[in-house]
Design a protein around this ligand. Structure first.
Ligand code: UD1
Length: 426
């Protein structure tokens, strides 16, 4: 078991270059299955989830070589359409392979996916979308089997704009026969990145970034070289960390347009931010201001993946704030941990009521999911005294050695590997 030990209270200072986005890289790596041959994907972040995706692709018969930030992927040898259970249970994003495997092999077999414990996270919209494209879906023991001799374009309306379902349907429809119109689609920048990748392989996809995506099926796709967009959630996390520690940090290689909602909220909290080209600087000496009401919702609204981090800032703000979570149920597990650090937060259903305190205090806390874990690291950096964050494998899913990023910005933060408990026989 690894843990992070943080001596808080130092303002973060320095410059960081932001890596590629996990949530863009995962579906793009899955989509590579659609085209036989050698793909070169650049600006890929070195994260646990990415390594699991590459292990799954290898288990399916692909060859993957991941060096620095470049993945060279040969999909020629892909033969398998059955995703192994032990890999599927490690990461929910393994379901991204459903659409591409179905399109390439006419069938796919998956187990219920794993991933962060942030709510029910059903896959019914993915399955209904694939069914609309002509797949037959059945259950065989604890696996779900999808089969289709030929996928056919369809008019599909999503009940809610699910990011994953939008991406799965786009990938499955890329080589289907005829035109697919996907309505009430999610509009996240990672979906636009997937469209660009599919089109770079020869697909004909239009409209991503809006709520209606049109996919004209093409006969086949060709591999290509493609760079992943910068990670807006890692960038947002660092902006909040800089603000919470009253630091002075510049982020490079960001797309500020992807961070509109986060920048807006930070400015409302009184944080001084300068945006210039592809860099954003924070310079925050003052206590943050409370924000009356923030509601998480699909892009371009405030992202659920930044809710926990912003809550740390609001915990330290001058006044009362309210945060409503509308995307996932069960995404307030960080609240109890923040309260252990001295925060004053009460949760009622899907809304957190936050009364700002002047100080947080170091404590031993547990990362319950990826972004909750990142929030606790920010809290530890801003707190007085020593914070120990446990269960940090969650954090490693989305941040490349988070302690190195913060050490580089002058923080006192170390990773320790706990020795396994020794049993004494008497
Ligand atoms: C993606 C992101 C995740 C982010 C989330 C919302 C990736 C790898 N992950 O997750 O970081 O927090 O978008 O921005 O890109 N739902 C259903 N049925 C389905 C699918 C989803 O009911 O078939 C529900 C979910 O339970 C959730 C809501 O829809 O309440 C949104 O989920 P979705 O947009 O699908 O999130 P993910 O794609 O899983």
């Amino acid at each position: 078991m690894e843990k992070l030990v943080i001596e808080g209270g130092k303002p973060l200072e320095g410059t960081v270059r932001i890596d590629g986005a996990k949530n863009a890289a995962l579906p793009i790596l899955a989509a590579s299955i659609l085209a036989k041959g050698i793909h070169v994907i650049e600006n890929v972040p070195n994260l646990l989830d990415i390594r699991v995706m590459l292990q799954i692709l290898e288990a399916l018969g692909c060859d993957a070589d991941f060096r620095e930030d470049k993945v060279v992927l040969n999909t020629d040898g892909a033969r398998e359409f059955h995703i192994p259970e032990h890999l599927m249970s490690k990461m929910r994003s393994s379901i991204f392979l459903m659409g591409p495997l179905l399109a390439r092999f006419g069938q796919v077999r998956v187990y219920e996916p794993g991933g962060c414990a942030i709510g029910l996270r059903k896959i019914d919209l993915h399955l209904r979308g694939l069914e609309a494209l002509g797949a037959e879906i059945s259950e065989d023991g604890d696996t779900i089997v999808c089969k289709a001799d030929r996928l056919r374009g369809a008019d599909i309306m999503l009940d809610i704009p699910s990011v994953g379902a939008t991406e799965n349907i786009m990938m499955a429809a890329a080589t289907a026969e005829g035109i697919t119109t996907l309505r009430n689609a999610a509009r996240e920048p990672e979906i636009v990145d997937l469209q660009h990748y599919l089109n770079a392989m020869g697909a004909n996809v239009l409209g991503s970034g809006t709520d209606t995506i049109t996919i004209k099926g093409v006969e086949s796709l060709k591999p290509c070289r493609y760079p992943i967009i910068p990670d807006r959630i890692v960038a947002g996390t660092l902006l909040v960390a800089a603000a919470a520690t009253k630091g002075s940090v510049t982020l490079e290689n960001v797309n500020p347009a992807h961070l509109h909602a986060v920048i807006h909220v930070l400015r409302r909290a009184g944080v001084s931010l300068q945006v210039e080209g592809s860099s954003i600087s924070v310079n925050n000496a003052a206590r943050p201001k409370a924000i009356e009401r923030i509601v998480t919702a699909p892009y371009p609204s405030f992202p659920t993946d930044m809710q926990a981090q912003i809550m740390v800032l609001l915990s330290l703000a001058d006044g009362f704030s309210m945060m409503k979570e509308t995307v996932f149920e069960g995404r307030f597990k960080h609240v109890d941990e923040l309260v252990r650090m001295g925060a004053d937060i009460r949760v009622d259903m899907n809304t957190a009521f936050i009364r700002g305190v002047r100080r947080l205090y170091g404590a031993t806390v547990e990362a319950t999911d990826l972004r909750a874990g990142a929030a606790l690291v920010i809290a530890g950096l801003a707190a007085t005294g020593t914070t120990v964050v446990e269960q940090i494998h969650h954090i490693d899913r989305g941040y490349d050695r988070i302690e190195r990023i913060f050490q580089h910005l002058g923080a006192s933060i170390e990773r320790f590997v706990e020795a396994p408990a020794v049993k004494h026989s008497s």
